[in-house]
Design a protein around this ligand. Structure first.
Ligand SMILES: [Zn+2]
Length: 69
């Protein structure tokens, strides 16, 4: 089952599920990087797949990428 995401729904998800704010105003698909503003004030780019699926919902300063070891 494919869930369709629009930029409006993504913004809603971001507001409800994180302390970050969505800055991007267009959404073209899962491979697109969206621009977010972290609660600390930093802007960061991430695909919505990572944001939602991998719980990467903050900037790299607040939530450094996991080292894979
Ligand atoms: Zn941050």
């Amino acid at each position: 089952m494919n869930k369709k995401w629009s930029i409006g729904k993504i913004r809603e998800f971001v507001e409800k599920n994180s302390d970050s704010v969505l800055l991007s105003t267009e959404y073209h698909g899962f491979s697109q990087k969206l621009l977010f503003k972290c609660a600390c004030g930093n802007n960061f780019e991430k695909t919505f797949t990572k944001f939602k699926g991998n719980h990467q919902r903050k900037c790299d300063t607040c939530q450094p990428p996991k080292a894979s070891r």
